[in-house]
Design a protein around this ligand. Structure first.
Ligand code: ADP
Ligand code: MG
Length: 722
């Protein structure tokens, strides 16, 4: 890995700016790939412009002025032999006013819009035309950059790096598009024969940044171009390159790099997985006594799906290596009882269990439920949160440390350093996506040997995500709801019909049911969110003088929050005005109506979680999604998914397609390699192929794998330790 500062022609400020972009090596600079491309390889006459198309026009400025109404703007008109084009700048510098003086010859590049005076470009890039101005020979790449580093300098730096790496001419110009039809599906993916490792691969220190890392046979089923040819083509595409394919990342060159990236992710995750198999964990016996006693005491029988996942977990826990299993199940599918069974297996084998929830409300709910189930079995429990008194906490920490607390329930407070377990055998984490990798790690380190981990989530993780970002975990799915649930009716209602909705709330409460009113999500400002919640609360008190109304929001002290929730849970309040803090896990079976304001601002999975707060009892339940008028097409399409589907997985998949993976990964992002090139929707075939390839590569080509990880992850070793 050659350090950038070793390149003599790079100035110190250039290196500093590249460092700001996270680029420290030639390798990383070469993999700093364009965001998009602009086509400056030819000119378009004004007459031939088309709305929506980025174009380059050359002409003379015939008019320029700064206007102040309706707002300050610099407006100029550029004329060529065929007509005139308006240039509009909403913010600008004195240097730009000078550049746009009447009589100046300019070449402008931008997207064509239809304006009041015909064609216009807003904020085009402008270049003065001199005698020697030539037309670009390749499409011009546009890179992600930082202030102080111009596109021009970045391009030059990359060109130098490409030259230093002594690139050979591309093997094939590979103009064939890799269309879906030419791809091979998961099942028919031909396993290429990999040549054996020769031992020459071992020296990774002097790796040519453009050399192949893995045997070329890996790419053979896709007929991908070489790594160096791909980089060259992406940094300097020829004028006849497929601009659309380049932007969509569907050209063979992009696809080749996407595959490399997916391979790196798989390799890193699979290594992580393998590491786990080499670590010791407490080995539990099957429960003989406690689990069957619990099941006998329940008023219901487990569903098939619950039984299936319970067996998967039980058998993991009898292994001498730490379990890391993700238990997925839609809201209300009954994950808690499954977790409780795992806890009892651990306790019966003499090991302590920690159950961690992301909020105090949820932790307390678990605590109450567990007391009901476990006190008859003489299990000793402890309770640990940030808000309890010092005295209570010290008492709890005492019985955790001396081992007499068999099950400990709490919030983040559980993994603070001062909390010492005598013998932690199993850590259960509810709503795992709310926690970061580091928090989970901290809990894992509270046991010696490493405790087992059971992570639960009601946010279903789409298949492509669990195959990629979650490939280091084992996954169990509860894909069935307990019988006897009445389906929730979901309605999409415009805000102008608010009165009708208020009437429904009044009726529901008059019939002895309860309702939630969820305030709009205000992402930009928590303070504003609070104002909205308070306003809504006041408004509801005004509308419904006859009702007892509660208010819960994120800024409240935990004890206040708990009091409000307890009152709602006990039926003392009938209407609960809430922010999205009630999204996770709150269980009040008597609540049968939920109104969500500004539903269009929320993520689909979030809406699905919110909706899952009703429909938990016998009464027929409804969820009303209020939207502001003038819903955009995409917003309408999104909300349609929610009112047409009650299947959490389908909703999650749609959400992933519409909004990308950020929301699912939550804090998991930290320490987990994020994909920059590959797209899990577009590149699902590549993902399947990478998955099929990873284990074999690790076994048969370990040093090639190291090289590949070093190239793509930089910090591969650190990541594998996570
Ligand atoms: P979640 O998966 O959302 O955490 P819970 O574990 O809170 O769901 O279960 C929701 C409700 O369903 C609880 O009141 C629980 O006691 C009940 N429940 C769980 N399993 C069953 C079952 N097999 N039959 C009937 N009710 C069940
Ligand atoms: Mg739950």
């Amino acid at each position: 890995m050659t350090n950038l500062s070793e390149i003599k022609t790079f100035s110190k400020p250039l290196v500093a700016n590249l460092n700001k972009l996270g680029i420290h090596t030639i390798q990383a600079l070469l993999l700093h790939l364009p965001l998009r491309y602009i086509d400056e390889t030819h000119m378009t006459s004004v007459r031939d412009l088309r709305v929506g198309e980025p174009s380059q026009v050359e002409g003379e400025i015939v008019h320029a002025e700064v206007t102040y109404k309706p707002r300050k703007a610099l407006i100029a008109r550029l004329e060529d032999a065929s007509g005139q084009l308006t240039l509009r700048f909403l913010h600008f510098y004195p240097s730009q006013i000078a550049a746009l003086k009447v009589g100046n010859k300019l070449r402008v590049y931008g997207e064509v819009r239809s304006g009041f005076f015909g064609y216009e470009m807003v904020h085009p890039t402008c270049k003065a035309v001199g005698e020697k101005t030539t037309v670009a020979e390749t499409l011009t790449p546009v890179y992600p950059t930082v202030a102080g580093l111009t596109q021009g300098n970045l391009r030059k730096a990359i060109a130098i790096a490409l030259n230093l790496s002594n690139i050979s001419p591309p093997l094939s110009r590979g103009r064939a598009r890799v269309g879906v039809e030419s791809r091979v599906s998961q099942n028919s993916y031909p396993h290429p024969n990999l040549p054996p490792e020769t031992g020459k691969e071992l020296d990774t220190s002097k790796q040519n940044p453009l050399a192949e890392t893995l045997p070329m046979a890996v790419y053979q089923p896709f007929k991908f171009p070489s790594f160096s040819a791909s980089l060259k083509a992406l940094h300097n595409p020829s004028p006849d390159a497929d601009l659309h394919g380049l932007e969509e990342k569907t050209t063979p060159e992009w696809q080749r790099l996407a595959f490399d990236e997916l391979l790196a992710q798989q390799l890193s995750m699979r290594k992580h997985y393998a590491r786990r198999r080499s670590v010791d964990a407490p080995q539990f016996k099957q429960s003989k006594r406690l689990v069957s006693a619990l099941l006998k005491s329940l008023p219901f029988a487990l569903t098939q799906a619950q039984q299936k996942v319970a067996i998967e977990i039980q058998s993991d826990l009898t292994q001498p290596h730490p379990m890391q299993r993700l238990l997925q199940g839609d809201v209300g599918s009954g994950k808690t009882i499954v977790a409780c069974m795992a806890a009892l297996q651990s306790i019966e084998s003499g090991w302590q269990v920690a159950l961690m929830a992301p909020t105090e409300i949820l932790a307390e709910q678990h605590f109450r439920k567990m007391i009901g189930w476990l006190t008859p079995l003489n299990i000793k429990m402890a309770w640990l949160t940030g808000s309890q008194s010092k005295k209570d906490r010290e008492a709890a920490m005492q019985i955790i440390a001396d081992g007499s607390a068999q099950l400990v329930i709490g919030t983040h407070a559980l993994f603070q350093e001062a909390v010492q377990f005598k013998k932690l055998g199993l850590a259960i984490i509810d709503e795992q996506h709310r926690f970061g990798v580091h928090q989970r790690l901290a809990l894992r380190q509270k046991g010696q040997p490493e405790p087992h981990q059971l992570m639960m989530t009601a946010t279903p993780i789409p298949r492509t995500l669990s195959m990629s970002y979650y490939a280091d975990l084992d996954v169990s799915v509860i894909d069935e709801l307990p019988p006897g649930r009445t389906p929730i009716v979901t309605k999409l209602v415009s805000d102008v019909r608010r009165d009708e909705i208020l009437r429904r709330v009044r009726e529901a409460c008059a019939q002895g049911n309860q309702a939630y009113w969820v305030c709009p999500l205000i992402e930009e400002s928590e303070a504003l969110q609070l104002v909205t919640a308070n306003d809504t609360y006041a408004l509801m008190q005004y509308e419904f003088p006859e009702l007892k109304i509660g208010l819960v929001h994120g800024r409240m002290k935990p004890a206040e929050k708990q009091a409000v929730m307890a009152a709602f849970s006990a039926g003392e309040t009938q209407l609960l005005v809430a922010t999205t803090v009630i999204e996770v896990g709150v269980d009040v079976p008597n609540a049968s109506l939920m109104v969500i304001e500004h539903a269009e601002r929320m993520g689909l999975s979030q809406l699905h979680q919110l909706r899952g707060r009703v429909g938990r009892g016998a009464a027929k339940s409804a969820c009303i999604l209020l939207y502001q008028n003038k819903l955009s097409e995409t917003a309408r399409a999104r909300l349609k998914v929610i009112y047409e589907s009650s299947d959490g997985f389908a909703i999650a998949q749609a959400d992933l397609n519409l909004r990308g993976p950020g929301e699912y990964l939550g804090t998991r992002q930290s320490g987990v390699p994020m994909l920059k090139i590959a797209d899990l929707n577009r590149d699902v075939d590549l993902l399947n192929a990478a998955k099929n390839m990873a284990d074999r590569l690790i076994k048969e080509h370990p040093s090639a794998v190291e090289k590949h990880l070093e190239r793509w992850m930089g910090r591969a070793d650190e990541l594998v330790k996570v």
